[in-house]
Write a protein of this length. Structure first.
Length: 108
């Protein structure tokens, strides 16, 4: 069985596994920090044991290595009112933090 966890990051739930690279909502990380620790673990599976939190698993954390920030794909919002000569085109690129999962910890 594989080891994975579901963590809350940036208001969203993300499924992570060890050595996986994930994109999460932009995190405010100072320049010196190279590690990010998520304590809000909603579910954890290690081997055959499955822990489900209420709302979070006690003693569980996910340690990630901070790899930097990237921009996501461009999303175009186009508004149009017919016969009124009204057109509005807006583009947006969301900034994500790129993380590599180092380990999933569970203190018994």
């Amino acid at each position: 069985m594989s080891t994975f966890a579901i963590v809350e990051a940036g208001g969203k739930q993300v499924r992570v596994e060890p050595n996986q690279v994930v994109d999460v909502e932009r995190l405010r990380v100072d320049g010196a920090a190279k590690e990010v620790i998520f304590n809000k673990v909603l579910m954890l599976q290690k081997g055959k044991s499955l822990e489900v939190g209420n709302p979070f698993v006690k003693g569980a954390s996910v340690v990630c290595e901070y790899l930097g920030e990237e921009k996501g794909p461009k999303v175009i919002s186009f508004k149009l009112k017919r016969r009124k000569n009204y057109r509005k085109k807006i583009g947006h690129r969301q900034i994500f933090s790129k993380l590599r999962v180092k380990e999933i910890q569970l203190q018994e």
